[in-house]
Design a protein. Structure first.
Length: 272
């Protein structure tokens, strides 16, 4: 199982880092001010102690390994299992502040959401949420979050309240997103559109390949529009729209190229 998940997650992480992220960031001038570019590339991109969107795939690999070990220990049905999930979550939040390599903090912080997702995935298929209940839940969540921000800012002694409520609020937000998604899917024909089907079938590839192109695109847009890209609202909106469209377009191009290469059959020659 570990080998299969490594092929699915870790090999794309290394491939995209080596052949896409590092080269595109280099040519965009990402490390121009770096005192030690090779150190920053190694630590930031390969050890994930810097700005890399690929932390998620490494964290997911660790999450799956840990979850599988807990399943083999027959813990997922117990209170102990969910207690471990919460402990992992708060340790991950603490490590995130300190800095952590190889997606370990991300794995621990997000482990509980993965576990909840696995436990509830099949049950969500039978859920048919009502629009007014979803709206009420969103309003209550936003009001609760604003109240937490207000009290933690106005009363320093309650500063830890924000840290303590981070995971429960994130779970609440995740539930709201699932219910809203179910409502949209059941109330519209969105899932039948070609755009939805294309995004759904290529979602992993779009995640892997789109972000690295942002650095080149941002550099090109700054060269095109100058400093107005940040100071002019109209130009900022145009630049943002172009960046989203073009980064997705380049990602689709990479997906198409990989698919085309994988379909090429190599002739087999006999030595007889």
């Amino acid at each position: 199982m570990a080998a299969k998940k490594a092929k699915r997650l870790l090999i794309p992480f290394l491939g995209v880092t080596v052949f896409l992220s590092v080269p595109l960031k280099y040519f965009s001038g990402y490390w121009d001010q770096s005192a030690n570019m090779f150190y920053d590339i190694l630590v930031g991109q390969f050890l994930l102690f810097g700005n890399s969107h690929l932390w998620f795939v490494v964290s997911l690999f660790l999450i799956i390994i840990i979850y599988t070990l807990l399943v083999k220990a027959r813990l997922p049905q117990s209170i102990l299992f969910w207690g471990i999930c919460l402990i992992f979550g708060y340790i991950g939040l603490w490590l995130e502040r300190k800095g952590c390599y190889l997606g370990v903090s991300g794995a621990l912080k997000n482990f509980i959401y993965f576990a909840i997702g696995v436990r509830c995935f099949n049950r969500t298929k039978s859920i048919h949420p009502k629009g007014n209940m979803i709206l009420l839940s969103w309003i209550l969540m936003v009001v609760t979050y604003m109240a937490i921000l207000y009290f933690t800012k106005s009363q320093p002694e309650l500063k830890r309240l924000k840290f303590i409520t981070y995971i429960p609020m994130a779970i609440w937000g995740g539930i709201n997103m699932v219910l809203l998604s179910k409502f949209i899917i059941s109330s519209t024909t969105l899932v039948k559109t070609r755009l939805y089907k294309s995004l759904a079938s290529n979602s992993y590839g779009l995640y892997l390949y789109s972000d690295p192109f942002n650095y080149i695109l941002i550099t090109a847009l700054v060269m095109l529009f100058g400093d107005d890209i940040a100071g002019n609202n109209s130009i900022s909106l145009l630049a943002f729209t172009l960046r989203v469209i073009l980064s997705l377009g380049f990602a689709y191009l990479i997906i198409w190229l990989i698919s085309a290469i994988s379909r090429i059959s190599i002739p087999q020659y006999s030595l007889k």
